[in-house]
Write a protein that binds this ligand. Structure first.
Ligand code: ARG
Length: 463
């Protein structure tokens, strides 16, 4: 181990760290993912120190140029990370020292690693918000366009996974647009709330230097500085809110993934996915497996786990910084990677899938799916109370079952045998197309309503 490096902040210690202490303490293996944010925050801090006359303009120039070189080394993959230097903050600062010498020692004036890590991590999580916002919009656009295409494609709607009523495939896809729309609004809301800059909170109590926190906040595109230095260094709500939006969105993705798995199965055969999104079996040549959908479904647990992990990490932690908080990063990084690749996979599958419209239509009339339409007709046209209509319809369903036919195939005389008030007009509501086109209530499955929602979302997503 390079003793000089290890001693960077160990002036008061006589001996070096135990090896296991170094291993448990170091975060550089994962917090190097915040290198770019660390350099951005240091550049803003140094510029502010110089503007305030706390460091000279010459030292500032040298610091900024040095930091740019460090950034280039990192981007070129030639930067040598050192575990002795514990974390990204000290790795960057130590390399800056090697490059520019003495002025590097002035960069850490009026700040601490506590406000530094809070700022870097916040910047990273803010970037993650922006990436997932974009992916959510992309996924919603993909769903909206497929919904437009399939606005009048009839399929069975399910409750209890039993055929319930005919719906349109477009309507089904638009249900997911609503879910991802809520995810989008959650991520936008969280980003708004988190956008306050902790830099300048210093170790915990603020600093005696005459700094300008408004200025560093502005340089880093925050809306302003955090208002309490203790909270500034110990708040991780922004990561928890991000993870909770991610976890719920993964739950939504997993539901769509599960439906894709079901729809793909030969028993359903509602959709086809191309070779790009399926795999074969090593032993069964006929198989086409929806692995991507299964993985989206399966990866949901990781993100939920990260959310629970971070909530548990923060529970009961006294103010202000505790080293426990170093454990916030890996879970957040993993959740962000997972959510993003799942969103991308779903964008791909939604664009790729082709509805087997004939199959969907055939399945949609199975199980007397228009029984509710018949009961509604008896209520509306014959004027009987709905409860009575429900009962009569039940008897008609039984009559159809006894003959092994669908409701629409029951002869009129047989229907009239159950209730004389039934007229030939009843057949207008018994087909699946009639059923879906009649569901015109706001938010209903009728193709015109679906197309209205498509137009509304196209409009709002374009903004
Ligand atoms: N590596 C630390 C982290 O990730 C940085 C903050 C260290 N602060 C301290 N007082 N030891 O949280």
């Amino acid at each position: 181990m390079d003793k000089d490096k290890g001693m960077l902040i160990r002036g008061r210690f006589a001996t070096r760290l135990a090896d296991v202490m170094e291993a448990i303490n170091a975060s550089i293996d994962f917090d190097q993912r915040m290198a770019s944010q660390d350099i951005d925050a240091s550049i803003a801090h140094s510029n502010m120190l110089s503007e305030q006359g706390i460091i000279t303009a010459a030292d500032n120039d040298s610091i900024i140029n040095g930091l740019k070189r460090v950034r280039a080394e990192i981007e070129d993959g030639v930067f040598k990370y050192s575990k002795d230097l514990e974390d990204i903050h000290m790795n960057v600062e130590s390399r800056l020292h090697e490059i520019i010498g003495a002025p590097a020692g002035r960069l850490h004036t009026a700040r601490s690693r506590n406000d530094q890590v809070a700022t870097d991590f916040k910047l990273w999580v803010r970037d993650a918000h922006d990436r997932s916002e974009q992916l959510l919009v992309e996924l919603m656009n993909a769903l909206v366009e497929r919904a437009a295409e399939y606005a009048s494609t009839v399929m069975p709607g399910f409750t209890h996974l039993q055929s319930a009523q005919p719906i349109t495939f477009g309507h089904h896809l638009m249900a997911y647009v609503e879910m991802f729309g809520r995810d989008l609004s959650r991520i936008r809301d969280s980003r708004r709330r988190m956008n306050q800059c902790p830099l300048g909170s210093a170790a915990l109590a603020g600093t005696s230097f005459f700094i300008n926190r408004q200025r560093t906040a502005e340089l880093l595109k925050f809306d302003g500085p955090t208002r309490n230095s203790l909270d500034g260094v110990s708040d991780r709500d922004f990561a928890i809110e991000y993870l909770s939006a991610a976890a719920l969105s993964m739950v939504h993705l997993s539901r769509l993934a599960e439906e894709i798995v079901l729809w793909m199965s030969p028993q359903f055969s509602f959709i086809k996915l191309s070779d790009a999104w399926t795999t074969g079996s090593s032993i069964m040549p006929q198989k086409r497996n929806p692995d991507a959908a299964e993985l989206v479904r399966g990866k949901t647990g990781r993100v939920t786990g990260s959310l629970v992990g971070l909530l548990t990490l923060m529970k009961g932690l006294p103010l202000t910084f505790s080293k426990d908080m170093q454990e916030d990063k890996e879970q957040t990084f993993d959740a962000a990677d997972t959510w993003e690749i799942c969103l991308q996979a779903m964008i791909g599958m939604v664009g790729d899938m082709v509805a087997q419209q004939e199959r969907m239509r055939a399945a949609s009339s199975a199980g007397h799916a228009t029984a509710t339409d018949l009961a509604d007709w008896l209520t509306r046209s014959v004027g009987m109370p709905f409860r009575e209509a429900h009962h009569i319809t039940g008897r008609l369903v039984r009559a159809a079952d006894e003959r092994g036919v669908g409701l629409e195939e029951l002869p009129l005389e047989v229907m009239q045998g159950v209730d004389v008030r039934i007229s030939v007009e009843v057949f207008d509501v018994l087909g699946v197309d009639n059923s879906v086109t009649s569901r015109l209530s706001t938010g209903g499955t009728a193709p015109v309503r679906v197309l209205e929602e498509v137009a509304r979302w196209r409009d709002s997503l374009a903004k």
